[in-house]
Design a protein around this ligand. Structure first.
Ligand code: TRP
Ligand code: ZN
Length: 883
């Protein structure tokens, strides 16, 4: 067994002993190296002992020169090791000059300064700045940056950094330089630099206070003309934050650069966002509706960070959710306002359940604010982002939009320009609204998915409905003991006609009909609703008002009733999911049967409801994902789940053929492609109908699919058909797949889609094909998008084939974790997390997964990233262990 990695603990936090006020950086960029000249104005923090050493982080740097107040430092006065430069004795205030040499062209980790295509770019969050120069690389050290970049003029006509360009000139020998000054103090993780030969799409935004901001989106020249949607989204996001939160952009230049090689989605560097091309480039023929929506959301997300993250930043990395949870929440509000709120909510909950719930039930479980980490990159997780956003959403539910706004205003009044903690945010919310959020704070400390169980009793004599709510959070890998949380449970009561009743609690006056929020704080709590003349059907946890599992003993009839009648669109959908899950899980147990009539009837009614919104109909008629069903099983039966779900899918296709064909015909969208909610909803429903008709398995399905594919005039329709063709062993389908690759060979993002549909294929030989595709000339293990499209999609998305009973999927995954770890540890560690859930599977699979983990563990030189994931996965876990 390899050594357990060293942990950093939240409880060990101390303020930085030395602060940096000014940073002057000069970059000399060359094809085979870069020289970084840094000049820091440093001062000792108040109250820090004079003998405190200066420790600067630095990794994989070659130190070329070191001067303190102008004098070269002799060898004995400083110490260098793998991670730091230490100077034992320094004055109270001084200027430190450091020259480092780095090799961006060899940087495959994509952290620090690296090359992507023909350009130089940076990624400094979380701890990448230390790969550029020696520095106190922690978010509570905030400095003003002046950055000068010099490079070959022909190869790199565009030289960018944060803030405003203040000077430029000729550097001789065909080189030029540009100087940038960022007026705002910032932590090093927000530093950015880009150099390249780039196309620029310019626009302008005028703020309510009358300032003109220059907007620019830079891409490689081949992508010119694909940034319209991103620019429109950026302007919409700016307007939205002004209107909703009174927050204006504080910069004269807001720059966005799209790069091909990027570990995550995008990065909010001050005034110079760097994006994965995936979240910038769009044209109807290359991007799907989902791509359009994601671009809008990610553009919004990074823009919103300018206030929630940059103006107010983090004290330390444990506070990551302070900026990410809050910014995801703001992004969600923005997206909801631009589209259909219910559709967005359904999609959010679907991803929360697919990614966060399983994480909470795995050895990687951690609270929204983790207590310890070995490698912070491993904690950019669904818990920090999505559950973190749910926690912010609960403040919003408890305080209302106005109260929430008051709290956010208070947060900025108090903390603008500071590096703060989750407690600071909570205190601002509590103080601005004069409420006690003491118990609410547990959401930050406690991991695990709470289970809320509801029972009820109706007394026809008094007209009282007694609701008993209880909560229980099962122990998690990191935390055996749990305490009761403060949980907002939004509740509606429906009468037999499906109308909302007033939810009036004992002792209250009249109330209008509709949703009300119950605040559950105790392990068990009773609520009595009065004034009812008949037993109502409860609609619980409306809008998914808390990130919990809700248990209530609904009858099939009640679920069908809610599916048809609930005024809360989210809960209508939820009722349908519960109904379908019930049937599917029963089939996993007993084997598939004919689909029950009441279920088909509920589907039929939804499908043919002339008043219904097609987008919501499509959501309602989408079966629960295999991963979600898996979550509901004690021991996951991969094959049983797959076969049951496929059986129901085919049943729907066969039994509702007439209605599906009508929905297919009625929802054809004509005219110019528009990524608006109406057209997107129609395409979604039409493509879902196509999916069911194809699943029915008759020749008509394949014919229809081929026609759909050939007639498609946008990527959404193309991909809907191609996904199905990739499931089919018919030669016509194969031929189309091949032609697709031929046609799009020069478009990396489209080629990613081609890899992904094959990785997710239901074909019996899917795994063999994935293996073969890793040898395809277009497969590139150095490009994270390509790795995610093929290996990530197969191992994380194609559950059935990945979990083959012979364990060969796990061997494949372990081989790739090991190979990728030498290239890009962040990507390798993410992939490795898939194996961490080995205890949830049957004996055979569990043992094979553990064997794969052990093989990785025995590799000679693992990154800290992978080592942490493996160590946690293999840690003994009491009674849950087997194999
Ligand atoms: N802060 C980025 C966001 O908006 C996350 C991010 C981008 C990131 N690139 C990264 C985090 C690289 C770690 C490493 O969510
Ligand atoms: Zn973010």
């Amino acid at each position: 067994m390899s050594q357990a990695p060293t942990l950093v603990h939240l409880s060990d936090y101390t303020a930085p002993p030395y602060l940096v006020d000014e940073v002057e950086l000069e970059f000399d960029l060359h094809d085979d190296h870069a020289l970084v000249h840094s000049r820091l104005s440093v001062r000792r923090g108040a109250g820090v002992a004079p003998e405190a050493p200066l420790v600067l982080d630095g990794e994989e740097l070659v130190l070329e020169a070191l001067r303190l107040d102008g004098a070269a430092m002799p060898e004995g006065r400083y110490r260098l090791d793998e991670a730091a430069l230490t100077i034992e004795e320094v004055p109270d205030r001084f200027t430190l000059e450091v020259i480092t040499r780095i090799r961006p062209q060899d940087n495959t980790r994509l952290e620090g300064l690296y090359r992507s295509g023909g350009m130089f770019c940076t990624q400094c969050e979380a701890e990448g700045f230390r790969r550029i120069t020696y520095f106190p690389d922690r978010p509570d050290v905030m400095a003003r940056y002046t950055v000068t970049i010099a490079a070959d003029r022909d190869g790199y006509p565009i030289l960018l950094s944060n803030g405003n360009p203040v000077a430029s000139g000729d550097a001789g020998a065909g080189r030029h330089w540009v100087r940038w000054r960022d007026p705002f103090p910032k932590p090093s993780y927000l530093f950015a630099l880009v150099a390249g030969d780039l196309h620029c799409h310019e626009d302008c935004h005028t703020t309510p206070s009358g300032r003109d901001i220059r907007l620019a989106i830079y891409t490689e020249h081949t992508n010119a003309g694909r940034t319209e949607h991103a620019m429109r989204s950026l302007k919409a996001a700016m307007r939205w934050d002004e209107d909703t939160y009174g927050l204006e952009c504080d910069l004269d230049n807001y720059l966005v650069v799209a790069v091909d090689d990027f570990n995550m989605g995008a990065m909010e560097n001050k005034g110079l966002n760097i994006f994965n091309t995936q979240y910038i480039l769009a044209r109807p023929e290359i991007a799907t509706d989902a791509d359009y929506a994601n671009i809008e959301a990610v553009i919004g997300h990074e823009y919103f960070h300018n206030w929630t993250g940059n103006r107010v930043t983090l004290r330390d990395w444990f506070q990551l959710s302070l900026k990410e949870g809050l910014t995801v929440f703001r992004e969600q509000q923005f997206s909801a306002d631009r589209g259909s709120p219910a559709v967005r909510r359904i999609q959010e909950v679907r991803t929360l359940r697919a990614a966060q719930f399983p994480e909470d039930a795995s050895p990687m479980a951690h609270p929204v604010r983790p207590q310890s980490y070995a490698e912070i990159n491993n904690f950019y997780t669904a818990t920090v982002y999505m559950k973190g956003a749910e926690v912010i959403g609960m403040y919003h539910t408890l305080l209302g939009q106005d109260g929430f706004r008051r709290g956010l205003d208070r947060y900025f009044q108090r903390h603008d320009g500071q590096a703060v903690t989750c407690e600071d945010f909570l205190a601002a919310m509590a103080d601005a609204n004069d409420v006690d959020l003491g118990q609410f704070a547990r959401w930050y400390h406690q991991s695990g998915t709470p289970v809320v169980t509801v029972t009820d009793e109706f007394d026809p004599q008094t007209g009282h409905l007694t609701l008993m709510l209880s909560q229980h959070t099962p122990p998690t890998a990191d935390q055996p003991e749990k305490q009761p949380l403060h949980i907002p449970v939004a509740l509606g009561l429906l009468d037999t006609d499906g109308h909302d009743l007033p939810v009036r609690l004992s002792g209250e006056d009249e109330r209008a009909a509709g949703t009300r929020v119950l605040e559950l704080r105790e392990a068990e709590q009773r609520f009595v609703v009065e004034g009812l003349s008949q037993r109502p059907v409860p609609s619980l946890l409306r809008g998914f008002s808390a990130p919990v599992r809700l248990e209530y003993d609904y009858s099939d009839e009640s679920l069908a009733f809610l599916f048809a009648n609930d005024s809360d669109d989210f809960n209508r959908w939820e009722a349908g999911q519960r109904l379908a899950s019930r049937i599917l899980l029963r089939w996993v147990d007993r084997g598939p049967e004919d689909a029950p009539e009441y279920f088909l009837e509920a589907f039929r009614r939804t499908l043919t409801d002339p008043a219904a919104d097609p987008a919501l109909v499509a959501e309602a008629l989408t079966l629960p994902a295999e991963g979600y069903l898996a979550e509901q099983m004690e021991v996951i039966d991969v094959a049983g789940i797959h076969h049951s779900r496929e059986h129901l899918r085919a049943e729907i296709g066969r039994r509702l053929g007439t209605e599906l064909r009508k929905a297919y015909d009625d929802n054809r969208v004509t005219g110019t492609y528009r990524p608006d909610p109406v057209d997107m909803g129609r395409r979604r429903l039409r493509n879902l109908a196509l999916d069911y008709l194809f699943a029915a398995g008759d020749s008509d399905g394949l014919e229809r699919c081929l026609t759909h594919y050939r007639e498609a005039d946008n990527m959404t329709d193309t991909m809907a058909a191609l996904t199905l063709l990739a499931d089919s062993p018919m030669p016509e389908a194969e031929a189309e797949l091949e032609a697709f690759a031929e046609r799009w060979q020069a478009d990396p993002l489209v080629l990613d889609k081609w890899f992904r549909v094959q990785a997710l294929s239901r074909r019996e030989d899917a795994f063999e094909r994935v293996r073969a595709l890793t040898d395809h000339p277009a497969f590139d293990a150095g490009n994270p998008n390509r790795v995610r499209a093929l290996i990530g999609a197969f191992c994380q998305g194609n559950t059935y084939h990945f979990h083959r009973s012979d364990g060969s999927g796990y061997t494949f995954l372990a081989d790739w974790v090991l190979a990728l770890d030498g290239i890009n540890p962040q990507i390798a560690a993410r992939l490795a997390k898939t194996l961490s859930r080995w205890r949830r599977y049957d004996e055979g699979r569990g043992t094979a997964m553990r064997t794969a983990l052990e093989r990785i563990d025995q590799a000679p030189a693992l990154s800290k990233d992978v080592r942490e994931v493996i160590a946690r996965s293999l840690e003994p876990q009491g009674d849950k262990q087997h194999g």
